[in-house]
Design a protein around this ligand. Sequence first.
Ligand code: BG6
Length: 536
Amino acid sequence: MPADSQPDAATRPAEQCAPAVAPTDVRPADPCAVVIFGATGDLAKRKLLPAIANLAARGTLPDAFRVVGVGRKPMTDEAYRKKVRQDLAEFAPEPVGPDLWAWLEARTFYANETLADAGSYASLGRRLDEVGGIARGRLYYLATPPDAMAGIVAGLGAAGLLVETPPAAWRRVVLEKPFGRDLESARALNRLLRADLAEPQIYRIDHYLGKETVQNLMAFRFGNGIFEPIWNRRYVDHVQITVAETVGVENRGGYYDRAGALRDMVQNHMFQLLALTAMEPPTSFSADAVRDERVKVLQAIHLCAPDEVRMAVVRGQYTAGGADGRQVSGYRDEPSVAPASATETYAAMKLLVENWRWAGVPFYLRTGKRLPTRVTEIAVQFRSAPLRLFRDTPVECLAPNLLVIRIQPQEGIALQFEAKVPGPHVRLGTVNMDFNYADYFAATPSTGYETLLYDCMVGDQTLFHRADMVETGWAVVSPVLEVVAGDPSALLFDYPAHTWGPHEADDLLGRDGREWRKPTMAARAPAGGAAGRRAR
Ligand code: BG6
């Protein structure tokens, strides 16, 4: 039945609406209200509301559930519901059917607040009491510009809206990145938050940790016995982590030009991929046990002295270029980007994790916009086998074994090894053993925010950044940011759009006798065919 033919759905007490959800083996989240600051913004409409609809469809939301959009724009509940419905029609990964919509509609409200003074927070408090019913937990989601965050938390705190009455009336705050813009500002923000919140109430979100394949890293490493014994300096030659995007800065030039790849991608998403790859097995899967191990990796990274930065980091900026007959403009010609901008759209770095397991094994990280293909992967290259056995054969070199964990797209894991090419001579070809997620598990359409939102509602902080993680991440990039602050064009080189970054990034590995992988060429070998092999 279309929602329009159920005029009373929004006015009926929500708990009386028929459940619109499929049965599930996951326990529903705690009774709560998700209060979205920045309710009419991009993040809310593209990710948060569709993720909430998906959670509802999977039966993981409780009956006592509310969504409360908070915004400066005057709007009635009805007008907001209409907007939510339109946004869901446009952005939900699966169509939101009439029953599901009726369930959501009855639980959706709007609070028109300026948040300019104490009176506005007091009025928000009254509104939340009024619409909350038995939804006693409150998740304040700050989908706002970063400079508004501290003020909102202070306002909520002063109005008494962050006081918890355990066990059911919890108060949690979700903060989107960027979390500060350097070590000092991140520390200052953490101090401000701590004035009103305890660490277990703070959820610093990183959407990379919501990706199934990122979470699978722990399952792969610690759920299998065969990889851990070789996951160390004795067997691993080096690790390459690539996050390549084909898009440019799109309509985010204003934000991006003040951030750049180091702040936008490296300090957060890439360091988390590195931490999950290099961490020790936690003693349990409790949030703090896992986060302790992740932060220890970041703490073990060698901090470059200013004169070492030049040898360890390359920044790049894309210039105009074309591929597939499509020409795109250079970064400096993008909307809202300064014409003489020295912001990097590409960053590559060599990091050393100075601990017992990884001493001497370089971790090479690279990320960039307008690269030739969209791919996120972690490639663990093992040491080559000794050649002695093949000394009287035509084999002149042995390709190293390579384990590639593909995070996106084409999620999977591939192991590259040597095999004998059929024939009378000893010749070797490189082949792939390739696991594709899609071949084994049906994908559930998702925005990537479902797990993270659900975890906030059940109080699981495993996938969220803790204050010390954020600060340690900033400490690692600080030496680079300091060099750049002294000379904005330091270590900055051009690369044409749709190429693999500046040549200087090749030199970063070349100096160590290594080279970057070309992910498109080796990501997936054609099944069984000779084209998938390289013979020597
Ligand atoms: C965001 C960055 O955090 O991650 C963007 O701000 C980037 O610049 C995006 O494009 C990449 O995310 P994904 O999930 O598409 O790899």
